[in-house]
Write a protein of this length. Structure first.
Length: 182
């Protein structure tokens, strides 16, 4: 699973899109905000994976607002990524998790778990409020995996293990069948 953390450019565009997503949020304003077409998959992931449930609970208890959306990536080997939005009101941090289109449900849910783990890494460090904070944190706690079009990318063992664990939980708790026995 190739999975990266965007630390620099391109965030203004994401911020603009997020304003549109935010307007659609339900009145209860949960901290985890998947786009509408992803909500059934996120609900299924939370039902089948205790790890995902735990990560979602921790995000709801954190200061972070985490958007999740599908995205067609230019790199075909990329399953997902997470970025901190650059223009944030004081005292509020926003993350955007992007999951690759056209993956199996299991891959998408495992990638969601992986990226939610990164969200928790960032939630635990309130001083991370911009790209330089992200770069500083992940330089110390992650492995630098590349520099794609000016975006420095990182990975952590913890997030990789979270993805593997979610996948394991999904295989032990299959999706509910839609047919009935007669
Ligand atoms: Zn990752």
């Amino acid at each position: 699973m190739a999975c990266i953390l965007l630390a620099t450019s391109g965030m203004s565009l994401v911020a603009a899109v997020v304003l549109g997503v935010q307007a659609l949020s339900p009145p209860s304003t949960p901290h985890l905000r998947p786009e509408i077409m992803l909500r059934p998959l996120v609900e299924q992931a939370a039902q089948r994976s205790p790890s995902i449930r735990d990560l979602i609970d921790r995000i709801e208890a954190s200061d972070l607002i985490v958007y999740v959306r599908l995205r067609q990536f230019a790199q075909s080997n990329l399953d997902g990524r997470v970025a901190l939005l650059s223009r944030m009101p004081a005292g509020q941090r926003y993350l955007m998790i992007e999951l690759a289109c056209a993956r199996s449900d299991v891959v998408t849910m495992a990638t969601l778990g992986h990226e939610l783990y990164h969200a928790m890494e960032i939630a635990a460090e309130p001083w991370i409020v911009d790209a330089s904070g992200l770069t500083s944190y992940y330089t110390r706690h992650g492995q630098r995996t590349g520099d794609i079009q000016g975006n420095v990318t990182f990975e952590t063992r913890g997030a990789e293990q979270a993805g593997v664990q979610v996948r394991r939980e999904l295989f032990t708790t299959p999706a509910r069948q839609t047919w009935t026995l007669k």
